[in-house]
Ligand binder design. Structure first.
Ligand code: GLN
Length: 452
């Protein structure tokens, strides 16, 4: 009830796109009843959470913040949200996001922008990051204890950094993608946004696990993530990639990174410089691969099978498709569909898509080589603190540059956590990122805990 009250008191943030108090109260009553009967409780029993609107929730509108899905009420529940429910979690509502998870500031949502609770009120508010901006704003505003996010190129980690929270992108394949509205299928991963590293470990444990309904979900046992949190870092080798020292990195981000290095050394880790030589190709590679997959995934929105269909008089099936899509998709989504279609088209496939796939393999190879030498990698999460609404908005490339530190781990499918590590000169939260070996979230959590 306290969280529902807080949700009502912070509506101006626009963090939630659907409030589900009836579901929340029914699930909370059920949790109380289990407790009263002395039943064994699940790891998230009675814990109030928010769910990103990218996850399909049975009987509750699931729109990915797109007008094209405005009327979509799924008859099924995503595996991740079903697992959370089975672990006892209480869904409070669905959270705002960038349309189809395309963005870094939660400004492409058909339901309007989200305000970062750290910022000033009024017209010059701060963005919460994106695409899981509503989830991060809700947890930061204390209208949820934790929230689900999804991360394709940084959408859990960057909003967590902007809102002073912990955000964990698991290894690709750790959580089932079944029932998640697809953006770029070879990159999309669900994960938790929480206040502490320990909470992230508990929540990930409830979300993760093999699912026969997702052929890319890994058949690997889910370890006791919570037990790993306090392992400590003594004896671990931590790599600091020299290529992440990008030109123009603000001094406060450099200083934050150094502080993280010092904390890990003080806690008994050895910190060494490493090289990830293909880092500078990660951003252009991501912005070929992700739109290519998006253009294919979004072909399903044809005005017939899902969501919005034009009301205009049309004289052919093609015209119905065209008008429905023109009306239903926002500008950024259309831009990605055009880029994706272009890089996949017969004349350009080899030059762009195929080349990007080859570079992606090189980027993954850089990490494989590095992890022969080190146990985890420490880097900034984002090149800046939260920026003001209106900034970087007229130039998509400026917006894409936000993702410079998050996309390499995404392209390599590796687990990575963002942990709040300090404040900017303006008093805004800044995050540091820990990247780990494939399926070694345990080390990522332990190192994250040491810099928390
Ligand atoms: N900001 C990146 C993009 O716009 C990443 C988004 C995400 O991880 N979903 O594609």
């Amino acid at each position: 009830q306290a969280h529902l009250d807080r949700m009502a008191a912070t509506r101006a943030l626009n963090a939630y796109v659907a409030e589900t108090p009836d579901i929340a109260l029914a699930l909370a009553d059920a949790a109380d009843a289990r407790r009263a009967r002395g039943e064994a409780l699940g790891p998230m029993d009675g814990v109030p959470i928010a769910v990103k609107d990218l996850f399909c929730t049975e009987g509750v509108a699931s729109t990915a913040s797109s007008a094209i899905l405005a009327s979509f009420v799924p008859p099924y529940e995503s595996t991740v949200s079903a697992k959370l429910k089975a672990a006892g979690a209480v869904m409070l509502g669905k959270t705002n996001m960038d349309e189809f998870a395309m963005g870094s500031a939660n400004i492409t949502s058909a339901q309007g922008p989200v305000r970062n609770p750290w910022g000033p009120d009024g017209d010059s508010f701060l963005v919460p990051g994106g695409s899981s901006g509503g989830s991060a704003a809700a947890v930061a505003a204390r209208s949820a204890i934790a929230a689900t996010g999804s991360d394709t190129g940084g959408s859990i980690r960057q909003p967590a950094s902007f809102c002073g929270l912990v955000g964990l992108k698991p290894t690709y394949g750790r959580c089932s993608r079944w029932g998640m509205i697809a953006f770029a299928s070879s990159l999309d991963q669900a994960g938790p946004i929480t206040r502490t590293v320990e909470d992230a470990a508990i929540m990930l444990g409830a979300m993760a696990g093999h699912d026969p309904k997702d052929s890319t979900s890994a058949e690997i046992a889910v370890p006791d993530f919570r037990a790993a949190v306090n392992r400590g870092v003594r004896g671990l080798k931590i790599g600091v990639p020299r290529e992440y020292r990008v030109d123009g990195m603000p001094a406060e981000i450099e200083a934050l990174w150094q502080q993280g290095i010092d904390m890990l050394k003080a806690a008994g880790a050895e910190v060494v410089e490493i090289s990830l030589p293909h880092t500078r190709y990660a951003l252009p590679t991501y912005y070929i691969v992700a739109p290519a997959e998006a253009s294919s995934n979004l072909a399903r929105y044809d005005g017939v099978r899902y969501g919005h269909r034009t009301r205009a008089n049309v004289s052919s099936l093609g015209e119905m498709y065209e008008k429905s899509r023109a009306e239903g998709f926002g500008r950024e989504v259309k831009r990605r569909i055009m880029i994706g279609t272009y890089v996949l088209s017969a004349g350009y496939y080899d030059a762009y898509y195929l080349k990007a796939q080859q570079v992606r393999t090189r980027i993954a190879g850089d990490f494989t080589t590095a992890f022969e030498q080190v146990d985890a990698i420490l880097a900034p999460t984002a090149p800046s603190a939260a920026f003001r609404f209106g900034e970087k908005m007229d130039d998509p490339v400026q917006m894409y540059l936000n993702d410079v530190f998050t996309v390499p781990a995404s392209l390599a499918g590796l687990p990575a956590i963002s942990v709040p590590a300090g404040l900017s000169a303006d008093g805004l939260p800044l995050g540091l990122q820990v990247i780990g070996r494939s399926f070694d979230e345990e080390t990522v959590l332990a190192v994250g805990r040491a810099i928390e």
